[in-house]
Design a protein around this ligand. Structure first.
Ligand code: SAM
Length: 414
């Protein structure tokens, strides 16, 4: 809206004609007409008079007249850094208005548990009902200038990238069920902004550091060595929270403890060590055998852990940025319902589903060590190298991980 349009609205709201308004403001009628048709710019004094006459916010009028109000100018002179903060906050409003969602989208692929859409995630998200998704995992492009295909611009200006992220995040918050959880995987550089945006709508649970080296050392900087995985929940507490337990870290040569558990050995949970917010055991997907799409495929181990933490069988999981389909495959194998979008080629995802048996074996390899204090291999080494294990409470290696979790809960949380 322009200043002239606002002036006309105010005039009409009081049922004044041009002549009447001009005489109240003690100016010529033609000046009012020029202002209303954007043929003149109001002076500061005139803006003040309008604000007083109509009892309306002078700052807003000044901004509509493309003038920065004096107090705000002073504020910026005194705190030059404030301009950056304001620009960042306003990135939220810079997005273009979204077009209406299509009436019906057709999935390009589906299974009994899930549906994949070959569309822009905003189209999918805006067609979903409010409070309909149990858990969301989002791994968007990191704005590093990667080539995902012709439909993705991965080299945006900082505030365009953030504005875009805020747009799909707003939708994610809307479609998430109360007590549902949202995970966002990104570089720390972006997740500091995303966390502060999400904090307005959701409850912060964790900033998880996923220790993966993703670049070569950078001169004059610390060696970047972790991705950030944000974990938020809608409402005060998550509906589901059952993280897996991990085996103790032991020396791969002799099976000895790496950390000192001192006098607490017999108090340690036989189902393993509590999961922390620093994950050092997530492998990058480099091996050609497992890598199913060009760049950026995440390890199934990461998704397995996330879904263990925040979902139950039968829950509905959403991933707006399908990529090679890691979230969908892991959800399918774990009996979660899933829905997602990928704007570029979806063939690699569909192909991956054709080989789901291999993917199951791959996942089982990661899961075999969960929820026990020592892995089978560690126990063997410990015996061989004379590390006693008798102070620890050790269970037989579990066969059904979910069953173990349940029995642990029944046993320990009464
Ligand atoms: C970092 S990758 C995701 C990788 C995925 N987590 C995996 O493990 O395979 C991001 C993906 O988002 C897709 N993408 C980018 N913009 C999109 C949009 N607006 N809607 C849907 N997908 C988009 C890209 O084509 C890319 O495949």
């Amino acid at each position: 809206m322009t200043f002239g349009e606002k002036l006309k609205l105010l005039r009409k709201s009081k049922d004044l004609n041009l002549h009447e308004l001009a005489s109240r403001l003690r100016v010529d009628k033609s000046y009012i007409s020029q202002l209303e048709h954007a043929k003149a710019r109001p002076s500061e004094k005139f803006i003040k008079k309008v604000s007083m006459l109509f009892k309306t916010d002078g700052n807003e009028l000044a901004i509509l007249a493309r003038k920065i109000p004096r107090e705000i100018q002073n504020l910026f002179y005194e705190n030059p850094g404030a301009a950056t903060v304001v620009k960042e906050e306003l990135a939220i409003y810079q997005r273009k208005p979204a077009s209406a969602p299509p009436k019906k989208l057709n999935p390009i692929f589906y299974t009994k548990l899930g549906e994949l859409y070959n569309v822009d995630c905003m189209q999918l998200l805006r067609g979903l009902p409010e409070n309909s998704i149990d858990s969301i995992f989002a791994d968007p492009p990191f704005n590093l200038g990667k080539d995902y295909g012709s439909k993705v611009n991965d080299k945006l200006e900082k505030y365009d990238y953030l504005g875009w992220c805020y747009a799909w995040l707003e939708e994610c918050c809307r479609v998430l069920k109360p007590n549902g959880s949202l995970f966002v995987y990104n570089l720390p550089k972006w997740n500091i902004h995303i966390a502060s945006y999400l904090d307005k709508f959701l409850t912060f649970r964790h900033w998880i550091s996923v220790d993966i080296k993703f670049t070569l050392p950078i001169p004059k900087r610390l060696y970047p060595s972790h991705y950030s995985l944000l974990y938020f929940v809608k409402g005060p507490l998550p509906k589901t929270f059952h993280p897996s337990r991990l085996p103790m870290e032991t020396c791969r040569h002799c099976g000895g403890e790496i950390k000192d558990y001192g006098g607490y050995k017999n108090k340690m949970n036989p189902n393993g060590i509590n999961l922390t917010d620093v994950w050092i055991d997530i492998p990058p997907v480099r091996h050609a055998k497992f890598k199913t799409r060009g760049a950026n495929e995440l390890s199934m181990k990461l998704l397995d852990r996330v879904l263990d933490i925040a979902t139950d069988e039968g829950d509905l999981v959403l991933d707006p940025f399908g990529g090679s389909g890691t979230t969908f495959i892991v959800a399918e194998i774990k009996g979660r319902k899933w829905i997602g979008s990928e704007i570029e080629d979806c063939k690699p995802i569909i192909e991956r589903f054709r080989k789901i048996e291999d993917q199951k074996d791959n996942l089982e390899k990661y899961r075999k060590d969960l929820n026990q204090l020592f892995t089978k291999d560690a126990l063997k080494l410990r015996k061989q190298f004379g590390h006693t294990t008798d102070k620890y409470r050790i269970l037989e290696p579990p066969t059904n991980r979910n069953a173990i979790q349940t029995s642990f809960l029944e046993e320990n949380i009464k």
